[in-house]
Design a binder for this molecule. Structure first.
Ligand code: ADP
Length: 423
């Protein structure tokens, strides 16, 4: 239960004070009284009242002084002025000075009760409102605090991420530099080695023809070994070229030279050359008459070489390999089909990743660094084309390449003829 509201009644006339006190006590208020302004002011300083009912004209001073004392001490206390008819004017002045209401003496009991009740109600509402505001303010402060700490945590996390990102970038730069340096350093000796080997082979072949049979037998056996070395040197050179390509791709230094290319003809050329490297496979080209496209011939040749090399590598039991060249709505589509070991569905996209090699045993048997398809995808997408694979494991794979008639979105266009390289 709420505490009873505290009311102070101030009037010169003892009888008025006593009557009002009796009426209000019946309504459950705790009523104090004073018959002087000075006494009232002392009481107000002493404790807090919910409502002060004061006569406007007190003998020892103005009721407005009581009102002022209340305003100073407990501004939330509701004040009601009691006034005679003659001083209605002053009652209005009191209202202006902040009194809540006024009652004209002698006032009706009901009017007195309802005016005081309204005043008390208003005081309670005011208190509740203030409590709510205080709650809201403290909630607000909490939110602001949370916000600050959240912001601080975000800032810390961001700073940490930024630092890690910079470290990674630095690592990446170092890796690219290493790749570039290593492949260039390897390229020089391997080129010299294969050059000298070629000359040595030629001279020894001639020697083996000139010499008597015993010596030439010896030379022929050395020759065979040297030829193996030469072939291995070739493989090594190709691996280094792949590394160089990756380095150029990653540092953005790969260059494209665009010109008219007949993809069907290019496919024939690649098929003929690759057929020389295998007897277990039959490489065939099927082609429609396709339009010439604007492309980098050497790089596309590299893509086809890579796809056919893979088709051979990953069909160890031999079989047919087909290069199909057709027109499609945007330009030309090439499909390289083999009947080899195939590729599990979940790897079909991953195989185009840098250094990706299948964990599959059958695939592991073939040598490679997992760079060919990565390079191929880069070349094809630089033409604005697409490359993807379809496969049924143990039955074979098909690699598709689509190329637009003119490179789309090429980042380093090098127009061979006006307007040919860009779109
Ligand atoms: P590499 O052949 O040097 O490993 P690639 O980038 O050319 O690198 O190929 C990546 C992987 O994709 C290969 O290791 C192999 O697992 C798989 N792959 C590529 N072509 C074929 C194919 N024709 N048939 C089966 N698997 C293939």
């Amino acid at each position: 239960m709420r505490e009873p509201a505290r009311v102070l009644v101030v009037d010169d006339e003892e009888s008025v004070v006593v009557t009002i006190k009796a009426i209000l006590q019946l309504d459950g208020y705790e009523v104090s009284t004073s018959t002087t302004g000075a006494g009232a002011r002392a009481m107000i300083r002493e404790r807090e009242y919910d409502l002060v009912l004061t006569d406007l004209r007190l003998e020892d001073g103005d009721g407005l002084d009581v009102l002022r004392a209340v305003r100073e001490r407990t501004p939330e206390t509701v004040t009601i002025m009691l006034t005679g008819y003659a001083s209605l004017e002053s009652a209005i002045q009191a209202l202006r000075a902040g009194a809540y209401d006024y009652l004209i003496k002698p006032s009706e009991v009901e009017e007195l009760r309802s005016t005081v009740a309204r005043g008390i109600e208003r005081r309670r509402l005011g208190q509740e409102l203030r409590a709510r505001i205080a709650d809201l303010e403290s909630a607000n402060r909490e939110i602001a605090d949370l916000n600050t700490s959240l912001q601080r945590r975000i800032d810390e996390a961001t700073a940490e991420l930024k630092q890690r990102y910079e470290q990674l970038q630095e690592l990446d730069r170092t890796k690219s530099q290493f790749l570039s340096m290593a492949s260039h350093e390897l390229k020089t000796p391997i080129t010299a080695m294969s050059g000298f080997l070629q000359v040595a082979l030629r001279r020894m072949r001639r020697m083996s023809e000139d010499r008597d049979s015993a010596a030439s037998e010896e030379i022929r056996s050395v020759l065979e070994q040297l030829e193996i070395v030469y072939r291995q040197t070739g493989k090594l050179a190709r691996l280094i070229d792949e590394l160089l390509d990756v380095s150029r791709i990653q540092t953005g230094r790969i260059e494209f030279h665009y010109a008219d290319v007949d993809i069907g003809e290019l496919a024939n050329e690649v098929a003929t050359r690759m057929q020389l490297t295998t007897t277990a496979h039959e490489i065939a080209v099927t082609r429609d008459s396709t339009p010439t496209i604007v492309a980098d011939r050497d790089h596309l040749e590299q893509v086809l070489n890579n796809l056919v090399t893979n088709a051979i590598k990953y069909s160890p039991r031999g079989g047919p390999i087909t290069i199909e060249v057709r027109s499609d709505e945007r330009g030309v589509r090439v499909a390289v089909k083999d009947k080899g070991i195939g590729i599990p569905k979940k790897e079909l996209d991953a195989i185009f990743g840098l250094f990706y090699r299948s964990p599959d045993r059958a695939a592991r048997d073939a040598a490679g660094m997992g760079l060919g398809l990565y390079i191929s995808r880069e070349i094809v997408s630089r033409h604005g084309g697409e490359i993807w694979a379809e496969s049924v494991p143990a039955e074979g794979s098909t690699f598709f390449v689509t190329l637009p008639l003119v490179p789309v979105g090429a980042t380093q266009p090098e127009p061979a003829r006006s307007g040919a390289a860009t779109s």
